[in-house]
Ligand binder design. Structure first.
Ligand code: PHE
Ligand code: ZN
Length: 881
């Protein structure tokens, strides 16, 4: 484990390395306790660097066996090797030489899941960001691009399958029951994209013919016996390959594309060149074991990793500060893919909900950082919602500003200009400036400045002058180490909506550039005047969520209700209703604490009924509209002095009111929506299930609701319905005999399927109320639970701490105490997972004072532990700062 050195890496310190590694040849002789790695590196001194300049290679916990240059064994005086560095103080004077390094590593004991490790006795690797240095000494930085040849040797019975990046280049038998395979990847790549897999795995094979007529062999490798669960992933892969050709003109470039599913993985998946490695949760699925959300995630992540082949691999990042160059862009691409495969409107709403749930709290708390950070202590902690999701929103804004055609031209230029390079955000922005002739320097602040901008908007209509005016003011709140903010360029899509729901015409605008329904905000205060406006319109703002901002709009409740029923932009229509619901919930929360704002319960219930019944709207859309804002969403909008118990009370009361007002209608719609015919994971079928399950959530609150949910559970023919019913029983009817029975039945049926049991852990960890911390503590002793497996830890402990407001934030601090203990226990094995878990307390300062004090104690407990990893120390110290 790497402990903290206190070193801060800074963007301004970037400097190209003195040496390049043109070719990398690796030989692995695999064994669980002592794998030998022989690396032969063709090293070239960069032009202009003095001859014999020191060569310093990165390592992490390595054991060196020997080192040689151009065939000559080095003597101890020639080099200095520590576990974390290999220094050759006087490199050869020749501009090019061969360096041979032999190291020994122990994959079996490697619980960090970085470098070479074993997952269910399969050898596998994870090198992003800095895991390659756990395998051999190297210039382990993304701007060192090298051509790799890899030879793997293993015992045939232990590892019949041997995979690495690129194309196969030979295989055969060796003495004593060993065998080998050679792989060659012709595309120069950074070390973080290196991968190796060896073991006994089942294979699903298919092929794809590219745009130019080349056949690519596709393989998905899974635990033997689970091949039949990989069909959906394979289908998603082929659709992704086709889509990238059509939408971006990008063709796949090797003869093979392989995906391996493993059960122990820190993240979702990894885009290693030609050999993606996946968390098996994002590969394996059928209707019996996976929910519709799982299917959608599999489709999106398969696409995401595949799309990295061009955005990340062919064009990679110069340094880790540029992480969003590959991640934000690739998320944007996978979002567009899913929007095309499914429903664009529904997809957009789901994206925005995710952004608000994960990125907004990050941006508004102590861990806020720019999309392109300028400093970090531990890069692993920057795989964040800001880099990924906000990074994607920034790319979306570029498209909004340029228009689809110029955006595509810019992407084409990016691929042409930077193929084979390690690029920067400046390079990326430049292509769009070059194709459009626009100046994006103010826009670039989206990459450089942290914090969620806010726009305050008010409007007036002057009927005599036929003038409609919008007064818009921008502000960017201060974030850690950036107290003064500069003004941003915000593309604000808008619509003026008339009484008939149709757009209101205007004949002129002044005060801002307005193009294609987008107001370009660039100043602190802008007064935008629309002339020739006869009737007073309702104003629909940030349509399609054109910018990742918060809005404070002075708008009459009547206008808001009107937009919720009539806005022609489906995102904004959803938003209008969601804002009404949020305002009502906040008002109800304040009433509990003695406030007097109106809640509009009856009007909201009526509108909920109308939306549910509106056959012109897709079922999936109706389901999203009917889902009340979550407790965390409400807390975020309240901002300060959070008491999660009062929020839960307010939310349950509104849900009950809506259920009571619509019981009959919801019930008959629920009956009509029952699945007929065979299961299909497609978006339309999933949408119907989503609507029916949200109706169940309401109906379960009415008399006989427990019975209804129990029946739904028993008669479910797929995991979506079964998990939905189990959630309703466990959460809405917590403690009931029906809930207990359903949980027991579920466990009896799926006890041996770890991925399904994750849902069982997750549902129980999410049960609202003070007793859940004890349940969760008990479940950590369950035979199916393991502190060493990231999926188990996230399902149980992650859900409890980041998705159970009332349970985690128990006023006596018991939730936090459990949390601190567990984070430290996970850290002993896996610092990365522990650090991510620890971010659950990032919003501790917005709690009411009693909880705030207890939360701080827990953070101090973690901070005070001995030998804290760099990962965890970085998170707790920033959280407490
Ligand atoms: N690069 C991976 C992705 O976004 C995520 C990842 C990061 C995986 C670090 C493992 C380690 O596709
Ligand atoms: Zn990615």
């Amino acid at each position: 484990m790497r402990t903290d050195t206190g070193h801060v890496f800074k963007l301004e310190d970037y400097r190209p390395s003195d040496y390049l590694i043109l070719e990398t040849s690796l030989v692995f002789r695999l064994s669980p306790e002592a794998t030998r790695v022989t690396a032969t590196l063709t090293i070239e001194r960069r032009d202009g660097v003095v001859a014999s300049a020191p060569l310093v290679l990165d390592g992490d916990g390595l054991t060196l066996i020997r080192v040689a240059i151009d065939g000559r064994e080095l003597q101890p005086a020639d080099f200095l090797a520590t576990p974390d560095q290999l220094t050759i103080s006087q490199a050869p004077a020749a501009p090019r030489f061969q360096l041979l390094i032999e190291t020994e590593v122990a994959p079996a004991g490697n619980e960090t899941l970085m470098g070479l490790y074993r997952s269910s006795s399969v050898y596998c690797t994870q090198c992003e960001a800095e895991g390659f240095r756990r395998i051999t000494y190297f210039l382990d930085r993304p701007d060192i691009l090298s051509v790799y040849t890899v030879r793997i040797e293993a015992k045939l019975d232990e590892a019949p399958l041997l995979l690495s990046n690129g194309n196969p280049a030979g295989s055969g038998d060796l003495a004593d029951g060993w065998h080998y395979a050679v792989w060659h990847d012709p595309f120069p790549k950074p070390s973080y994209l290196f991968a190796l897999v060896a073991g006994a795995l089942g294979k699903v094979a298919d092929s794809f013919v590219t745009l130019s007529g080349r056949t690519v062999e596709l393989g998905i490798y899974v635990e033997p016996g689970k091949e039949w669960l990989a069909g959906y992933a394979m289908d998603a892969l082929k659709r992704s390959m086709k889509w990238d050709e059509e939408a971006f003109g990008r063709e796949y470039d090797l003869d093979v594309f392989n995906i391996v599913a493993v059960s122990d993985f820190n993240m979702g998946a990894m885009e290693n060149k030609g050999l993606n490695i996946f968390n098996d949760k994002y590969v394996l699925a059928d209707e019996e074991t996976a929910t519709d959300a799982d299917f959608a995630n599999i489709e999106a992540i398969i696409a995401h990793e595949y799309f990295h082949n061009w955005t990340g691999n062919r064009i990679t990042c110069r340094d880790w500060f540029q992480l969003c160059l590959k991640e934000g862009l690739t998320v944007f691409r996978d979002h567009e893919f899913s929007a095309d495969q499914r429903s664009r409107a529904v997809k957009r709403i789901a994206e925005v909900r995710t952004l608000r749930a994960h990125q907004f709290p990050e941006d508004q708390g102590p861990l806020a950082h720019p999309v392109r950070p300028r400093r970090y202590r531990e890069i692993n902690n920057f795989y964040t919602a800001t880099v990924y999701e906000k990074g994607s929103e920034v790319v979306r804004m570029i498209r909004t500003i340029l228009g689809a055609e110029a955006f595509r031209a810019g992407m084409d230029l990016y691929f042409e200009r930077h193929d084979g390079e390690a690029a920067t955000i400046e390079d990326f922005l430049k292509v769009f400036e070059d194709v459009s002739g626009r100046d994006l320097s103010q826009f670039a602040l989206w990459y450089h400045q942290a914090g969620t901008p806010n726009l305050t908007v008010s409007s007036t209509h002057n009927p005599a002058a036929r003038e409609f005016t919008l007064e818009i003011e921008q502000s960017v709140p201060p974030t850690p180490s950036e107290s003064r903010k500069r003004l941003m360029h915000i593309p604000l899509a808008f619509g003026l909506v008339g009484a008939d729901g149709r757009p209101v015409a205007y004949d002129g605008v002044e005060g801002a550039t307005v193009e294609d329904g987008v107001i370009h905000i660039r100043k602190r205060r802008q007064v935008v005047r629309f002339s020739g406006v006869a009737e007073r319109p309702a104003v629909s703002l940030n349509r399609g969520f054109s910018a990742p901002i918060t809005l404070s709009v002075e708008q009459k409740a009547d206008d808001q209700f009107f937009l919720a029923g009539h806005d022609s932009d489906s995102f904004s229509r959803w938003q209008a209703f969601n804002t009404l619901l949020t305002d009502a919930l906040i008002a109800a929360f304040r009433q509990i604490l003695g406030g007097k704002e109106p809640v509009y319960t009856a009007r909201l219930s009526e509108l909920a009924g109308k939306i549910a019944a509106d056959e012109a709207l897709e079922p999936a859309y109706r389901a999203l509209a009917l889902a009340l804002p979550g407790e965390a969403d409400i807390a975020r909008d309240i901002g300060k002095g959070i008491d999660p118990d009062a929020i839960l009370t307010a939310r349950e009361a509104l849900a009950l009111a809506i259920a009571k007002a619509n019981g009959q209608a919801f019930s008959s719609l629920y009956d009509r929506l029952a699945d007929k015919g065979p299961f299909s994971p497609d978006a339309a079928s999933a949408g119907r299930r989503a609507l029916r399950n949200i109706l169940l959530d309401y109906l379960a609150l009415l008399p006989e609701g427990t019975e209804l949910a129990a029946r739904h559970f028993r008669s479910a023919t797929n995991m979506t319905d079964r998990a939905a019913a189990l959630t309703v029983l466990a959460h809405r009817h917590r403690g009931s005999p029906e809930a207990a029975k359903a949980l027991a039945d579920f466990e009896a049926k799926y006890g041996s399927d770890a991925l399904v049991m994750d849902k069982w852990f997750q549902i129980q960890a999410g049960v609202p109320g003070p007793q859940t911390v004890e349940t969760v503590r008990t479940l950590t002793k369950h035979a199916g639970f393991s502190m060493a497996n990231p999926n188990r830890v996230r399902s149980l402990v992650g859900t409890f701490s980041s998705a159970n407001q009332t349970g985690f934030h128990r006023p006596d601090g018991e939730g936090y105490r459990f949390f601190a203990e567990t984070v430290l226990e996970v850290e002993k094995r896996n610092p990365q997972v522990a650090a991510r878990l620890a971010t659950a307390l990032r919003s501790w300062r917005s709690l009411e004072p009693v909880r705030q004090a207890k939360a701080r104690e827990a953070l101090l407990t973690i901070a005070g532990a001995e030998n804290l990893s760099a990962d965890l120390r970085d998170i707790v110290e920033r959280t407490l700062a």
